[in-house]
Write a protein that binds this ligand. Structure first.
Ligand SMILES: C[C@@]1(CC(=O)O)C2=NC(=C\c3[nH]c(c(CCC(=O)O)c3CC(=O)O)Cc3[nH]c(c(CC(=O)O)c3CCC(=O)O)/C=C3\N/C(=C\2)[C@@H](CCC(=O)O)[C@]3(C)CC(=O)O)/[C@H]1CCC(=O)O
Ligand SMILES: NC(=O)c1ccc[n+]([C@@H]2O[C@H](COP(=O)([O-])OP(=O)(O)OC[C@H]3O[C@@H](n4cnc5c(N)ncnc54)[C@H](O)[C@@H]3O)[C@@H](O)[C@H]2O)c1
Length: 228
């Protein structure tokens, strides 16, 4: 179907990879900020003729970021897994992509969908929960607005829910199908029926801190009780 969105969503363990960032200006700073905000221990090599002071300060707070102050050369691609191109030179971006392809490196070229192997997304964080929004490049602005909506709507307590669910999950006995059934039963109210009716936030908060956890605790105590 031609109007389908064919992007494959995934969450990268970026800290396991070596990142090359070419360009240390405003856009380069934005990319480095996004990388380190999400994955602070990532090894990043920043290659750029000039570097913004703010980028230097950010790098100084992250020991695995290395600054290389000179023009890009093809050899910079060596020993890297993933590349972010963020200079003010579109010709250079095409050169980087052409050299990266045969090396099978994944490349993001800021604001240039045609040259990208992957896009960055708007990111909502609530503790361990992370929601990434993509509009398939149709409108990053809408992505940004949606991020704000989700940030406000999703309760901070969701992190507590995740923590409790991890405990519940670890204590459940039985086969896989039964575990899934129990986990679905405990969380049914989060997605159930009219849960999204306004005021959505209020309901989420109530369910997340109240009945969900109470039901979870009850279920666990029932399932972990040994027969006499
Ligand atoms: C999500 C976010 C992440 C990030 O960059 O970290 C991101 N762009 C953000 C903001 C933003 N970018 C732009 C504006 C100005 C208003 C506007 O144009 O809408 C605003 C809004 C603002 O700043 O207010 C300009 C822009 N961006 C692209 C183009 C080219 C084109 O569309 O052809 C142009 C025109 C350039 C020009 O005209 O010169 C392209 C891309 N931007 C993407 C990501 C990828 C698709 C994401 C998706 O699928 O939705 C993609 C395809 C490639 C990529 O760069 O990865 C971040 C939001 C962070 C947040 O949540 O706050
Ligand atoms: N700043 C923005 O918010 C914004 C918004 C939309 C579009 N853009 C576009 O994005 C591009 C980048 O913007 P910017 O504000 O980051 O520019 P910038 O001038 O601040 O940064 C460009 C960086 O690329 C480096 N660079 C240039 N040639 C290089 C090379 N051969 N090797 C290594 N490094 C090299 C420069 O040294 C500089 O640090 C521009 O084309 C701009 O028009 C910027």
């Amino acid at each position: 179907m031609s109007d389908q969105n064919p992007l494959f969503p995934a969450f990268l363990k970026l800290e396991n990879l070596c990142v090359l960032l070419v360009g240390g200006g405003n856009v380069g700073l934005e990319k480095l900020t996004a990388i380190l905000r999400n994955s602070p221990e990532t090894a990043v090599t920043v290659v750029s003729i000039t570097m913004l002071d703010e980028l230097r300060e950010l790098a100084a707070r992250h020991p695995r970021v290395q600054l290389v102050e000179r023009a890009y050369t093809e050899a910079d691609l060596d020993a890297h897994d993933i590349v972010f191109a963020a200079t003010d030179d579109p010709g250079l971006h095409r050169t980087i992509v052409a050299a990266a392809r045969p090396r099978r490196l994944l490349v993001n070229v800021a604001d240039t969908p045609d040259l990208c192997d992957f896009y960055l997304s708007s990111v909502v964080v609530k503790g361990q929960l992370k929601v990434a929004v993509s509009t398939n490049g149709k409108s990053p602005t809408v992505g940004k607005r949606l991020r704000a909506v989700l940030e406000e709507t999703l309760p901070e307590e969701l992190d507590e829910v995740l923590a409790q669910m991890t405990v519940i999950r670890g204590r459940l006995a039985g086969d896989f199908a039964n575990k899934v059934k129990s986990l679905n039963a405990v969380t049914a109210e989060l997605a159930g029926g009219k849960a999204y009716e306004s005021p959505a936030t209020k309901r989420w908060r109530r369910v997340a801190t109240g009945s969900l956890l109470a039901a979870g605790a009850l279920l666990v105590s029932r399932l972990t009780r040994r027969p006499e």
